[in-house]
Design a protein around this ligand. Structure first.
Ligand SMILES: [Zn+2]
Ligand SMILES: [Zn+2]
Length: 290
């Protein structure tokens, strides 16, 4: 399926610690694909930061306020000028959405509040990559974990996602079911999602009630998980509960992967009864026909 006219609202450039390319290279690819809207959503992991030296500050002399400010503003300060210039250049060529992927906002609330207060942001993805006090799901060894512990880990994950949605200071919830990419994808352990249907319904009702949305994250289609985050069943539940705000994101970390899986994501959305996908300008939803 041609993705001309569609959107990719979850991408990372070199201003993410795990991104590689210049924002202009991503823009070039997004335009080449004929996307209506493209969002640049570099990571701001609220609960994770580097040592002061990473920001060119001397830890001996810097005060804690200064370190906090640098931690908080790192992604924004570094990217501000090049992204401002790019935004101007793209005017009329594509809807450019300046966003951020806000990781674990409730685990460092003061930092999260400072980031979302930036008045040049169009779009915030709220993501949970790790449960409070536990490493990123990416790093955990699920094969050595007793089944009961795994259930508790996932219970905690969904409970903390719900808490984040109740806080709600973002536009769409990022990659719901993120742990399955590793638990089921990498470690081949199947999870009975029936156990989480009720809490996912609560998550969706909370988002719908506050006018927020979810994304179909297509990056995991290209891993051993081979499924979108969330999957078709979850999307159908969101739709049944009245969900309308639906973003599409490749979660590309380089220009080459922009748009990857967006065709499959759009197809899935249509199968579940969605007629539109959504991008955001100044935190206001804009609807694009699927
Ligand atoms: Zn993420
Ligand atoms: Zn991402």
């Amino acid at each position: 399926m041609d993705i001309r006219g569609l959107i990719d609202c979850h991408t990372h450039c070199r201003f993410s610690p795990d991104g590689t390319d210049e924002p202009a290279e991503l823009a070039e690819k997004a335009i080449e694909l004929g996307l209506t809207a493209w969002a640049l959503t570099d990571h701001c992991e609220c609960n994770t930061w580097f040592e002061p030296e990473h920001y060119g500050i001397d830890s001996e002399t810097a005060d804690s306020e200064e370190i906090l400010m640098y931690n908080c503003c790192k992604f924004h300060n570094d990217s501000k000028e090049p992204v401002d210039t790019l935004k101007e250049r793209l005017n009329g060529m594509i809807e450019f959405v300046r966003g951020v992927e806000l990781g674990q906002p409730l685990q460092a609330l003061d930092i999260a509040e400072q980031i979302i207060a930036y008045d040049d942001l169009d779009f915030v993805i709220g993501s949970l990559h790790n449960n409070a006090g536990v490493p990123d799901f990416y790093f955990l060894q699920y094969d050595k974990m007793p089944a009961e512990k795994l259930s508790v880990l996932l219970d905690d994950y969904f409970a903390q996602v719900l808490e984040m949605c109740e806080w709600g200071k973002f536009d769409v919830l990022g990659h719901l079911t993120y742990p399955l990419r590793y638990i089921t994808g990498k470690f081949n352990i199947s999870v009975d999602m029936g156990r989480y249907r009720d809490i996912c319904a609560q998550i969706f009702k909370t988002l719908i009630g506050s006018g927020k949305g979810i994304e179909i994250n297509t990056s995991s289609l290209f891993t051993d998980y081979k499924t979108t985050m969330p999957d078709k069943q979850m999307l159908a539940l969101y739709k049944d509960l009245g969900g309308e705000v639906l973003s599409l994101g490749s979660d590309a970390h380089c220009a080459e992967k922009i748009g990857q899986g967006i065709d499959a994501g759009a197809e899935l959305a249509k199968e579940c009864g969605f007629r539109y996908c959504t991008y955001f300008k100044r935190h206001k939803p804009e609807f694009v026909k699927l």
